[in-house]
Ligand binder design. Structure first.
Ligand code: SF4
Length: 417
């Protein structure tokens, strides 16, 4: 019996590793009923060799699937070992692992058994049993199955912290090409439904605390990148749409892992576009926290992110006329845009300069990446010594600086900044 469960676990955890959307931040479920577990920010994560973030119990309910999405290892035409957990098996595993302190939450996705509702019912049942029978207060992230009914979404939102619907491909065209059984609208409908319901519940809870908690960590989605020819501009415009119109908490970018010799896809052996994935996350960060627009990061003339440098540095080099900025005078908006100064450092500078004229030592102490920022700032009476340098010269210096820092472990796939 245990061997069979272990075998299922190895098959279904392996199949789940392609899903990267497993961060658990954003939920604040408290253990107020003397139940099991407690969810807060910073839940335990594991990182795989290639840098992906993986929660410890991250599994599929099944890797059987009626669909044949070309980019997916679980597609029905793929000759792989198949397995399926029962609802009770997933519940028992979660509780056992939780009690042993192996995990702090559950990330549950699934192939599609016979139809969307049948599969979704089982996912919901796992969450319901954990919450109601075991009073489990750990984090639960459920993948919703495109095409499942709103009733099931409603129940899922009552038991899970986060829900997600994978949009899969950045454009409808690519979805049609690689997953002809799937409809874009079947993904957008549940996103819209959840967005509206989350907003409505949020408003209701302002007037009555009796309104049950409803998907407190919101919703997220994931796009496979590098399987189809979309540019970074197209991908980031899609992300912008999800953040603005669907109020997604996160959009995840999953660099395509070649799993098939299908001629619609990059062939097996093509490297996973990890550097591109990383640059997209950096650009995504700029959109969400730094007030950048998509067109400031990429444009129709330059639709791809620079692989050599991070997108914030690339923007600054394209806009050298705005620099150097005086850290003792610049407004917060511009301070945050200086390469080497993050949000926290910008806020600290903003607060500290009320009491003293900041110099290099102060800035280093505050924690800015001075060796990077020095090309873009002035402070005190010092003038910037680098303002005669061209964008290309600054870029070369910073790239060389990063390469020598990471020698001898440097490889072209490494993130430089
Ligand atoms: S529906 Fe999901 S599990 Fe099934 S083949 Fe498509 S991506 Fe894979």
């Amino acid at each position: 019996m245990w061997e069979r469960i272990t075998e299922k676990l190895s098959i279904l955890a392996d199949a789940a590793k392609y899903d990267v959307s497993c961060a658990s931040s954003g939920s604040n479920r408290k253990n107020s009923n003397k139940g099991l577990g407690n969810t807060g920010n910073g839940i335990c994560h594991a990182y795989t060799e290639d840098g992906r973030c993986v929660s410890l119990l991250k599994i599929l309910l099944t890797n059987h699937c009626i669909y044949d999405c070309a980019y997916c290892v679980s597609r029905k035409s793929n000759d792989v070992k198949r397995a399926a957990f029962t609802v009770q098996e997933v519940v028992d595993l979660t509780i056992n692992f939780y009690r042993r302190n192996y995990i702090e939450g559950l990330f549950l996705s699934s192939g599609i058994f016979s139809n969307a509702d049948y599969t979704m019912e089982r996912l919901v049942l796992v969450a319901k049993k954990l919450r109601t029978e075991h009073r489990f207060n750990g984090y639960i992230h459920l993948k919703t199955i495109p095409g499942a009914s709103n009733d099931l979404l409603e129940q899922a939102a009552l038991y899970a912290d986060r829900l997600s619907v994978n949009v899969e491909m950045p454009t409808e065209q690519s979805l049609k090409l690689l997953a002809p059984d799937k409809k874009r609208q079947d993904m957008l409908n549940p996103m819209t439904y959840l967005k509206n319901s989350i907003q409505a519940r949020h408003e209701e809870r302002k007037t009555s605390k009796k309104v049950p908690v409803y998907a407190p960590a919101g919703q997220s989605t994931q796009m496979v990148i590098g399987a189809t020819p979309e540019t970074d501009l197209q991908i980031l415009l899609m992300s912008h749409f999800f953040y603005q119109k669907m109020q997604m908490r996160r959009v995840y970018y999953s660099g395509y892992v070649p799993v098939s010799n299908d001629n619609r896809l990059p062939s097996i052996g093509t490297p996973v576009p990890l550097l591109r994935e990383n640059r997209l996350y950096q650009a995504d960060w700029l959109l969400r926290f730094y007030g950048f627009t998509v067109n400031e990061i990429v444009s129709p003339h330059q639709p791809l992110l620079d692989a050599d440098i991070d997108p914030k540095l690339a923007w600054a080099l394209r806009n050298l006329h705005l620099f150097p900025v005086d850290v003792n005078k610049a407004d917060l908006f511009l301070l945050k845009r200086v390469p080497g100064i993050g949000i926290q450092s910008a806020n600290k500078i903003y607060a500290a300069r009320k009491y003293a004229l900041l110099n290099e030592q102060h800035l280093v102490k505050i924690g800015i990446a001075y060796n990077k920022a020095k090309y873009f700032i002035t402070h005190g009476v010092n003038n910037n010594n680098y303002k005669e340098l061209t964008a290309m010269q600054i870029k070369d210096r910073l790239v060389n600086q990063a390469v020598s820092k990471y020698k001898p472990n440097f490889s072209p796939q490494m993130k430089l900044f």
